[in-house]
Design a protein around this ligand. Structure first.
Ligand SMILES: C[S@@+](CC[C@H](N)C(=O)[O-])C[C@H]1O[C@@H](n2cnc3c(N)ncnc32)[C@H](O)[C@@H]1O
Length: 270
């Protein structure tokens, strides 16, 4: 790939999604962009990028940037954070929010919905504990295509088998052809909308609990810090933040600190 074309894509991806593309990622451009190129009867990556450069069309660029996102996810990914949510974070919510019995959760980078839907199932399992309580779960992502998939909530056998206990699959999903759809009554518990973490999202309101997992890993240090600061400003003083296993707040922001002894969980400082 011509260096100037690679540079153009790297700049576009970084500006529009935060994704850092190093030179060793040409294979990623190739695997993600060539399907788009072929649809336009373009045979090589260089020709495709040159067409994007020439057209300088915002929507076309958006399509390309979205195609570069990695949407890998699964139900109850990593298990432990969901145990912590159920056993440590929710009991605190039940103790501290007795006045209005309301709380809000943000799945920031919700991909195809497995993360927020896992939370819906866990909350449902809390049964009578939640009687009289109101909650809202907001799932956001940069990619419109993946948000559509989240809203459709239609998963392959492989996707439902990954991470999801069989009893949950039977209770919360219904078969549809060879696939499984998350039942409407549960689907409705999550409000999905597009939100780019590089932009100020304070219009979404305040969140007591934020899951921002496996997205900061794609950003450079300064971007990670900015996103974390924005999230901190969208949480009350006792808000809790979950990050992915390979992510941390250390050296990125002074607005969060690790909750001692609880891996992956962060709280606001001060
Ligand atoms: C690997 S998935 C993580 C999904 C889920 N949080 C998990 O841990 O399984 C990363 C998601 O981040 C989204 N993403 C990438 N850059 C983003 C940005 N700047 N703003 C919002 N979402 C972004 C991608 O579209 C993708 O769906």
């Amino acid at each position: 790939m011509k260096p100037e074309n690679f540079q153009y894509m790297a700049t576009l991806a970084k500006e529009r999604s935060g994704l850092v593309l190093k030179e060793d990622k040409v294979y990623l451009l190739d695997s993600r962009l060539m399907p788009l190129a072929r649809r336009k009867n373009i045979e090589t990556l260089d020709e495709f990028v040159e067409a994007i450069r020439r057209n300088n069309d915002f929507n076309e660029q958006t399509e390309v940037v979205e195609a570069l996102t990695t949407n890998e996810t699964l139900f109850f990914r990593d298990t432990k954070p969901f145990d912590i949510f159920r056993e440590q974070v929710m009991p605190t919510i039940f103790q501290t929010r007795t006045a209005n019995k309301k709380f809000r959760i943000w799945s920031a980078a919700s991909s195809s919905g497995q993360e927020p839907y896992s939370l819906v199932m866990l909350l449902d399992q809390m049964g009578s504990q939640l009687a009289g309580w109101q909650y809202e779960i907001v799932g956001t992502d940069l990619s419109m295509e993946i948000l559509q998939k989240a809203q459709d909530a239609l998963y392959t056998q492989f996707e439902v088998q990954r991470g999801l206990p069989v009893e949950m699959m039977v209770k919360y999903f219904e078969p549809e052809g060879p696939k499984w759809r998350f039942k409407q009554a549960y689907r409705e518990k999550v409000k999905f909308q597009k939100a780019n973490l590089l932009e100020n999202q304070s219009a979404l309101g305040k969140f007591d609990i934020v899951f921002c997992r496996n997205v900061l890993i794609y950003f450079e240090k300064e971007t990670k810090g900015r996103v974390l600061d924005m999230i901190a400003n969208m949480m009350p003083a006792d808000g809790k933040l979950f990050l992915g296993g390979a992510e941390t707040v250390l050296g990125l922001t002074d607005k969060f600190e690790a909750v001692q002894g609880v891996k992956g969980l962060y709280q606001k400082t001060g």
